[in-house]
Design a protein around this ligand. Structure first.
Ligand SMILES: Nc1ncnc2c1ncn2[C@@H]1O[C@H](COP(=O)(O)OP(=O)(O)OP(=O)(O)O)[C@@H](O)[C@H]1O
Ligand SMILES: [Mg+2]
Length: 388
């Protein structure tokens, strides 16, 4: 079943995992030029996205659940996936195409890698930004075996030409290839093996309707509860052979912005901190001191989150502020703000989104220790000026 390695040299930034000849927990990875699962990422914010940081990717892969039973939380999604996987196995037919959407670090790549492992099928991985033309996608499609999974991360960043090329592949398992130019151009049809496309996106709103409609299964991942994150901390501390007090696990969970990737990153940091500043044991005090040093506050907000809120207050008088204007002022790309900063702030009620822009809330003002209605005399201090 294994194809010669050289066959994969043609593929840009690809990773293939074969489950037929590997132990479930130790998938064999072949043809990878950029590292492990999750390669080819575009975002770069430290600690929040896989980015191009190989250390982050390695750490993500190390702690990534490998089977569905190890996936914590997302109960409804996992339950539906269980049914789909069971039905697929019984019918011995490929799983219908699956779209996973949700903010960064919530488990899209994790689920995309768990699914083929559960089905015992092959997995190929690529990402929207590395598919600049149909020819970049073609090798993945022609190499996809019956029932195998092709995972396209950041699928919203595929160029329109690639998107149109993928439509017949998803619908009829064929591709139309144009050879030559002008009068000599001719189109040939190539049949593909029925396969499953798993797409992941942080921006389902940016997907075109025709692409979205071709996914028969769509799942949205939401933020995790503190209890679920505490379970992840405890399990992963065991994997990392680190001793952690239950209340310290709870503290890390509370400050993780509902995001398992954050949880894992804070666990890694507190472990380093405990090794250097304490006796290697993560107690509540050690966890608090470690997170304080990283600038993480009680609500899990970091410097960039606070800077975002303060910019709305100081520069835009509390809002409404457009995301582009905020991005320019903060010197941060607007999509980074939309993808990685705003979802949690919105969910926690620190900001509101209105048709005219983002507005600060009373909760955010209280969190930052500012009051909404200050007497005019206090305007010398920009923190204290009247906002509304
Ligand atoms: N349900 C879960 N249970 C336990 N750990 C999880 C779960 N979901 C995610 N994780 C952990 O969080 C890390 C990040 O998850 P993952 O890479 O799947 O996020 P993502 O949604 O693909 O993020 P991005 O949008 O940045 O690509 C994983 O390496 C894994 O260790
Ligand atoms: Mg991912």
């Amino acid at each position: 079943m294994c194809r010669p390695h050289s066959q994969y040299k043609l593929m840009a930034r690809k990773t293939t995992i074969r489950n037929d000849d590997a132990e479930p927990d130790e998938p064999s990875v072949s043809g990878s030029e950029t590292g492990g699962i999750g390669s080819g990422r575009g975002r770069t914010r430290d600690g929040d996205s896989e980015g191009d940081d190989p250390d982050q990717q390695r750490f993500d892969d190390e702690l990534r659940p490998s089977r569905l039973e190890d996936v914590v939380g997302q109960k409804a999604v996992v339950e539906r996936l269980r049914i789909l996987l069971e039905a697929t196995k019984r019918r011995k037919e490929p799983l219908g195409h699956l779209l996973l959407d949700g903010p960064p670090g919530l488990g899209k790549t994790t689920l995309a890698t768990v699914v083929p492992r559960e089905l015992g099928t092959e997995l190929q991985i690529t990402a929207g930004p590395s598919l600049s033309a149909p020819k970049d996608l073609l090798p993945y499609l022609t190499n996809a075996g019956y029932g195998s999974v092709l995972f396209i991360d950041e699928i919203h960043r595929m160029p329109p030409a690639v998107e149109e090329f993928i439509y017949p592949a998803m619908e009829d398992f064929r591709v139309d290839i144009t050879l030559g130019d002008g009068l000599n151009a001719r189109t040939i049809n190539m049949k593909l093996q029925p396969f499953t496309l798993i797409g992941a996106t942080t921006r389902s709103g940016m997907l075109t309707a025709p692409l979205r409609d071709r996914f028969v299964n769509r799942e949205h991942l939401d933020f995790y509860t503190d209890e679920e994150l505490a379970t992840i901390v405890t399990r992963n501390a065991r994997k990392l052979r680190t001793v952690i007090a239950p209340e310290a696990a709870q503290e890390i969970a509370i400050r993780s912005r509902g995001t398992p990737r954050k949880t894992n990153n804070w666990l890694r940091w507190t472990r380093d901190f405990a090794d250097v500043r304490a006796n290697g044991i993560i107690t509540l005090d050690v966890a608090r001191a470690a997170l304080r040093m990283k600038g993480v506050d009680d609500a899990g907000l970091e410097e960039q989150d606070r800077k975002y809120l303060e910019t709305i207050i100081r520069v835009f008088g509390g809002g409404p502020a457009g995301v582009q204007a905020l991005g320019h002022t903060m010197n941060i790309p607007a999509d980074t703000l939309e993808d990685e900063v705003e979802p949690f702030l919105l969910r926690e009620g620190f900001i509101q989104r209105t048709p005219r822009g983002r507005m600060i809330t009373a909760k955010a003002m209280a969190h930052l220790g500012m009051s909404q209605k200050q007497p005019k005399s206090s305007t010398e201090n920009p923190d204290q000026r009247e906002l509304f």
